[in-house]
Design a binder for this molecule. Sequence first.
Ligand SMILES: [Zn+2]
Length: 433
Amino acid sequence: MIFQPELETKPVEERAEEQRRRLSDLIKRLKESDSSYWRDKLADVSPNDPLVELPFTTKVELLEHYPYGLLAVPLEQTVRIHASSGTRHKPTIVAYTARDIELFADVNARSICCAGATPEDVVHVAYGYGLFTGGLGLHYGVERLGATAVPASGGNSSFQVQLLADLGARGICCTPSFCYLLAERAVDEGVADRIQLRYGVLGAEPWSESLRQKIEEAWGDFDACDIYGLSEVIGPGVAMECRENKGGLHVFDDHFQPEVVDPETGEPTDGLGELVLTTLTKEALPVIRYRTGDVTQLQPGECPCGRTHTRIARFSGRVDDMLVIRGVNVFPSAIEAALLEHPGVAGQYAIVVDRRETLPRLEVHAELASDELLSKRDDVQRRLEDVLEQRLRLRVRAVVANPGGLPRQELGKAKRVFERTEETDELLQLSGG
Ligand SMILES: [Zn+2]
């Protein structure tokens, strides 16, 4: 079911008109607010300026004005605080008015419905409750839908699978890795047969199509759907994958207007770029053109589920990982995708940025999938180079090693990008050369 069908299936032109009206109202409101941050930021902006001409907002601004500097309403009007963990710096503090909390509940109810929920369901919420937006965000969404929330929070997987079995949950909200862990734990504990989970609202960490497949197979007759959000915008419920058309997410763009821009120039792009979000209706802490740092691409076309919200592709990494080679933006995730689609090569790969000449060159190292392909190596190399040139719009040298020929990395997250200069060759060093 669709939670708010009249809003979620609104004709695209009508929504565009609504977005313009809401943006104009937002600018008027912010220019009149007591916040010096907003008055300064929008000093040269008028309420009818188009979105693309407005200034960007970055995370640095939130940190510089810690804790409350970006609030557009007096603190007395807010009813809740959340914070994102600061691994390298102070946490980012976000605040909500009562109406913001209503909105937060609405977009999470929409999200849970995208995965297949109905008001009759029991929904198990295993995101952390607390300053983190995940637990309370989904919890309010479940209640708003009229379903029954089980506020399990994180941890204690043995107890969680008992609850899943005993309480009859049909839906679960948690990270994809925890969802997979619970499926294994359910088997260990001998309760898998009694669990009736049918869908998952899974997010808060990047995850691949192959993990989706593993999760869906582990639970059986299960839709594993991706939810996206960030506390600076509201928390979970900014965008959600529908079960009818996995592979892209609907951005709830009557509230969060998306743009995809070239991270270098800030200009709109049809290709891979950085997701930028504007909160059209939030009161306490709106953001204008917030640079999320997340890499995606707009997906045009209609969705079989009937929702008319803008779709974006599943995320392919962070802008921080982007390489600039001869003026072309290259996302390592795009190289990985091209390699994994090629039947002739195995999953291991390495990207070498060769800086021995004035202009850097890109080299992609892969491995043949099997010994039978040894005689076809030149062929595989050439096809790989053609595909990569098409995808990246950049000439790339492909080097295809024997099966198992690339160095393996034992610890932590595999390093994929290596530098080569006159002095050092990082990949060669890893191979022990
Ligand atoms: Zn859809």
